[in-house]
Design a protein around this ligand. Structure first.
Ligand SMILES: [Mg+2]
Length: 512
């Protein structure tokens, strides 16, 4: 009736007034001024972001992973991996012909998701081990929140420490961390979709293992290496920039080394393409088929030298020589032979666990993470739509926080409207990144599990190695001092999303 409508309108108006008052009195600037768009549009995808203060002046030795670090691959690789693994499943693992109708969907999954094998659930988990509601999928279908909560004993908390190992490889729950896992998740979801859709009985563990093995076959049997070798122009991105990064470091007297799990012939062809036939002159040490991450932890595997034809030599390795190629080995021998210890070494890799975790936790090298997704996510963060959506959410959250403090307000009279508006807004923001799973860095207000690992294991992170070209070789990265919850935000950059202190933002506005 009209009476209650008027009442509702009045309460909406008072809500808006209250919102403005709350923001003005307690939370800093009014919502409209919270995020000056001209500031935030300067967030640059080619910037390097620091978790920890680091001065490049102190770094004498630069180490690199190869795949997805020195060699950045085009996304066209993903559908090819998907198709090849799907066909291997049909032809070698005798899976139903019906799965051939599935094609790779590049916008289905994101990196860092967890998979519960027994429950066939693909889901996004936050830094506190809670599944983000609305991000659990079985096959290609979303699983209702109530069902997810029911499956985990009445809570959305996932007991990861019981179910998954440190490297996300536990018995029941796996975390998809590398970039190859995008086609893997997509294929797994399609196969589960087919089996469920056709009412076929299956063992979840067998199905998971077969899909994983089929994807691994694409690598191990060398299919992927063949594709890349046959058309480097198509698959390898920014090779010139990789060359520029490496040669600039050498010109400034830095030592370089390479530790990769890939075989020599593959790395050699790629490096010849990017750098030229003399690429080995840039590196002090080259190690192939290193078997990371056990390279960092297992002392028993000795280095072996390869001759020019790639055959193994049997002599004992007492020093690591420039221009030679070594296979396997371990980090303990590497440290003993090179004496490259501690914070004067900076190692770049794309895999948070296989490349960076042990170096950060056990050996004290500085680390740089290559996260290609940053480029796209920053472009989304720079859109007006995202900024408005986030500003509105923050304003509502501020209002809710302010209201919670007003203890005298009888709870029966508190409108649930801001809560509903906030959750609707959060879903809209999530879908800007990925309709199913949202951003790889955020689950609504919290960091994701992936994000927390990224912050813990890397000093620096960036979309691609080429971002280094935007900084001097003696540059010091200062992370923004983000206030802890019990600290007061004192500067403007802490009141807004805080992109103002990102180095060189003004100068870099023209890049890419
Ligand atoms: Mg890699």
């Amino acid at each position: 009736d009209s009476g209650s409508k008027t009442k509702r309108r009045t309460s909406l108006e008072s809500l808006a007034t209250k919102l403005k008052e709350t923001m003005a009195s307690q939370e800093g600037p009014a919502p409209g001024n919270l995020l000056p768009p001209e500031v935030c549009s300067l967030l640059n995808p080619a910037a390097i972001y620091a978790n920890n203060e680091i001065s490049l002046r102190d770094v004498e030795v630069y180490g690199f992973d190869y795949d997805y670090t020195l060699a950045q691959y085009a996304d066209v690789l993903h559908p090819e991996i998907f198709n090849a693994a799907r066909d291997i499943l049909i032809e070698h693992y005798k899976y139903p012909e019906g799965i051939r109708k599935y094609n790779y969907n590049p916008s289905f999954a994101i990196r860092g998701l967890h998979y519960d094998i027994q429950k066939s659930l693909l889901m996004k988990i936050d830094a506190f081990h809670y599944v983000q509601l609305g991000t659990a999928y079985r096959g290609l279908q979303p699983v209702p929140d109530e069902e997810v909560i029911d499956l985990y004993g009445g809570t959305q908390h996932i007991p990861l420490y019981q179910m998954s190992g440190f490297y996300g490889k536990g018995p029941s729950i796996k975390q998809f961390m590398d970039i190859f896992s995008l086609p893997e998740m997509a294929l797994l979801s399609c196969v589960v979709d087919h089996f469920l859709g056709h009412g076929l009985e299956f063992d979840q563990a067998h199905l998971y293992k077969d899909v994983t093995d089929a994807i691994r076959d694409v690598h191990v049997k060398g299919l992927m290496y063949q594709w890349i070798e046959q058309d480097m122009e198509k698959y390898i991105l920014r090779g010139d920039e990789t060359f520029a990064v490496l040669s600039r470091l050498v010109a400034h007297g830095k030592h370089l080394f390479l530790i990769t799990n890939s075989p020599f012939s593959f790395v050699d062809k790629g490096m010849r393409h990017m750098v030229g036939p003399d690429w080995r002159q840039l590196f002090d040490v080259v190690i192939v088929q290193a078997d990371k991450p056990s390279f960092f932890t297992d002392r028993r595997k000795p280095f072996r030298k390869l001759d020019e034809k790639g055959s193994l030599q049997w002599d004992r390795i007492t020093r690591l020589e420039k221009g030679k190629i070594y296979r396997q080995g371990n980090l303990f021998d590497f440290l003993r032979l090179t004496e490259w210890r501690g914070p004067r070494v900076l190692y770049f890799g794309d895999h948070l666990y296989s490349d960076l975790a042990d170096l950060m936790l056990r050996h004290g090298w500085r680390t740089g993470a290559i996260i290609p997704e940053l480029e796209r996510e920053i472009r989304i963060i720079n859109t007006e739509q995202y900024m408005h959506s986030l500003t509105w959410q923050q304003a509502l959250t501020g209002l809710l926080g302010g209201r919670a403090r007003a203890m005298h307000t009888p709870s029966a009279h508190v409108s649930r409207r801001p809560i509903r508006m906030r959750s609707r807004g959060r879903c809209i923001t999530k879908a800007l990144f990925n309709a199913q799973f949202g951003s790889i860095f955020r689950t609504f207000h919290n960091p994701t599990y992936f994000s927390r690992r990224l912050v813990r294991f890397s000093d620096l992170y960036m979309a691609s190695l080429s971002c280094l070209l935007n900084y001097r070789v003696d540059f010091t990265f200062y992370p923004r001092r983000t206030p802890l919850q019990h600290e007061a935000p004192l500067w403007m950059d802490q009141l807004c999303t805080g992109c103002m202190k990102t180095p060189f933002l003004g100068d870099m506005a023209h890049i890419r």
